[in-house]
Design a protein around this ligand. Structure first.
Ligand code: AMP
Length: 517
């Protein structure tokens, strides 16, 4: 059921991502999607591969080429880009089909073209002259000649950002048969990854053709990772997770790197011992790389900050921003105030409601917050919303949009502070209005009772710091957020952090954010 009209839905979608591979984006598992299969194209959005390769080449029979071009173009045009890189594998230059493939891709949003049977730098230049400067190129290396020319291919153009080793065609070009040990192609397989590492390109390893045997896939993936490959091609969705795990640092390595870097911070010496190993600069660099790779592989934090008035949401927000500067916190109240201050039509529309402390209607709030999240590109980043959603209807609308974008919420923080504590805090809170300094008679009293420490001026109570008023606010909060909390609890993404002070809550929240971010 659609709860909202969402006049702005189309607007949210098309501006959400830039067209190039974001620098540092991972290419661990790149999954082929046959371009002629409407069913698989539709399914592809939900697959968490690092890249989707919309294939116009080998998985499409010749009579279906025109249909595949049309289906892929329509799919790219009509769907919102999710976090996955959008790659199109065109037909090879020599096939005589590639020009038509590229024509079908004109004015279509995608990130990367994959060029089969790349034999020389000239092949790459041929493609560069036919695509926009912002697009990436990945070259498929699949012949003896390409291996001989690997350096000139790898250094051919800055739009080339990756090399793929394609075993089947390579075996055909060499007149050899692929064996399970892959020994017969070890030279070529290593030549590709060596060239890629030497010239700072991604390297994507061969397809595991025995795709139903996941143990073979695991071994082959770990083997490719040990060669230095950055990822592997996948031909079935079940392969994706195993490949991603093999090309990500293990939990043990991550812990080792974290422990080591913690110790290194405290160490003054250039070289020191850690768990029986001599540590110097290159080892520290390796540990940093492990953590970087680990962080890149994590899903961004897409979440909410829930907490009753007086639960210390502002304090936790400040701490989050300081400790995790790349997490954006977006407050719906601030957004509305921005509109009111700028005198926009929206600001004028909501002014009265806000003055009366009433909620702004769901449609307006959803339009405002979701458009902002999408327009500012937050869907591809880590963000926490503060103050939105406030109703179950808003929550459902947000979910619907985030799912359409392929970026569902995954982290809902609930600050759980007992109400007696909040009320006690309010009762004991005094402020110095001119400076905004706050005192608490229990745990942060002024040096002289009733006087500001810095100026000696009298302290006062904030108008709304009245226990009865506050009780009413807490009740209103509860009424609206109990359903919200159970809604996110059911989804398994609600994380409650309990304690009577911010200093008790923060270390728990910090630890959890550190784990997932
Ligand atoms: P806040 O700063 O979060 O307390 O928000 C200030 C005011 O903006 C609230 O009292 C409401 O009138 C309005 N507001 C903020 N967020 C929402 C929301 N999600 N739904 C409805 N009204 C909101």
């Amino acid at each position: 059921m659609h709860l909202f009209r969402f006049s702005g839905a189309a607007r949210y979608q098309l501006r959400s991502f830039s067209t190039t591979k974001p620098s540092g984006a991972l290419r661990r598992a790149l999954l082929y999607i046959p371009g002629s299969s409407e069913k698989m194209l539709n399914k592809s959005k939900t697959i968490k591969a690092d890249g989707l390769i919309f294939d116009l080449e080998d998985s499409v029979a010749i009579p279906q080429k025109a249909l595949a071009r049309q289906l892929v173009a329509n799919h790219l045009r009509q769907t919102v880009k999710g976090p996955q890189e959008r790659i199109v594998r065109i037909n090879s230059r020599e096939s005589g089909l590639a020009e038509d493939d590229l024509t079908a891709l004109q004015n279509i949003s995608y990130d990367t073209v994959m060029l089969p049977k790349t034999q020389s730098a000239e092949d790459v230049h041929w493609l560069v002259s036919r695509i926009a400067p912002g697009k990436n190129i990945i070259a498929l290396i699949e012949s003896g000649l390409a291996i001989m020319n690997i350096k000139e291919i790898a250094t051919s153009h800055k739009q080339l950002t990756g090399l793929v080793f394609a075993a089947e065609d390579f075996a055909a070009s060499m007149g050899i048969k692929r064996s399970s040990s892959l020994l017969e192609m070890s030279y070529a397989r290593q030549a590709v990854v060596t060239a890629a590492r030497a010239y700072n390109l991604d390297s994507i390893d061969l397809v595991c053709t025995t795709y139903k045997d996941l143990d073979v896939l695991r071994t082959e993936s770990e083997n490719g990772a040990s060669f230095g490959y950055s990822g592997k091609q996948a031909i079935h969705p079940t392969q994706v997770e195993i490949i991603q795990a093999a090309y990500s640092p293990s939990a043990d390595r991550i812990q080792w790197a974290k422990d080591l870097l913690k110790l290194a911070e405290a160490e003054k010496r250039g070289a020191f011992e850690f768990r029986g190993q001599m540590i110097d600069a290159p080892v520290l660099l390796a540990a940093r790389k492990i953590l970087d790779l680990h962080k890149q592989g994590l899903e961004p934090v897409r979440g909410l900050l829930l907490g009753a008035p007086g639960a210390g949401k502002g304090t936790q927000a400040k701490k989050i921003l300081k400790r995790f500067p790349d997490i954006v916190i977006l407050s719906s109240g601030d957004l509305l105030r921005e509109h009111m201050n700028n005198g926009t039509p929206l600001g004028l529309k909501v002014k009265d409601k806000i003055a009366k402390g009433e909620l702004v209607d769901d449609q307006t709030m959803c339009d405002l917050v979701i458009t902002t999240v999408v327009d500012r590109g937050y869907t591809g980043k880590s963000f926490l919303l503060d103050g939105f959603p406030r109703t179950e209807a808003q929550a459902k609308a947000l979910d619907q949009h985030m799912s359409t974008l392929g970026t569902p919420l995954n982290f809902v923080v609930n600050l759980d502070v007992p109400y007696e504590v909040i009320l006690d805090r309010i009762e004991n809170r005094w402020i110095h209005a001119a400076s905004g300094r706050t005192y608490n008679l229990t745990y942060n009293p002024p040096k002289v009772p009733g006087k500001d420490d810095a100026t000696g001026e009298p302290l006062e109570k904030r108008l709304d710091d009245d226990v009865e008023t506050f009780k009413a606010r807490l009740n209103v909060y509860d009424e609206s957020t109990i359903p919200l909390r159970s809604y996110y609890q059911e989804q398994g993404i609600l994380k409650s952090f309990s304690g009577s002070t911010s200093d008790i809550i923060w270390p728990q929240l910090e630890e959890e954010l550190d784990r997932v971010h």
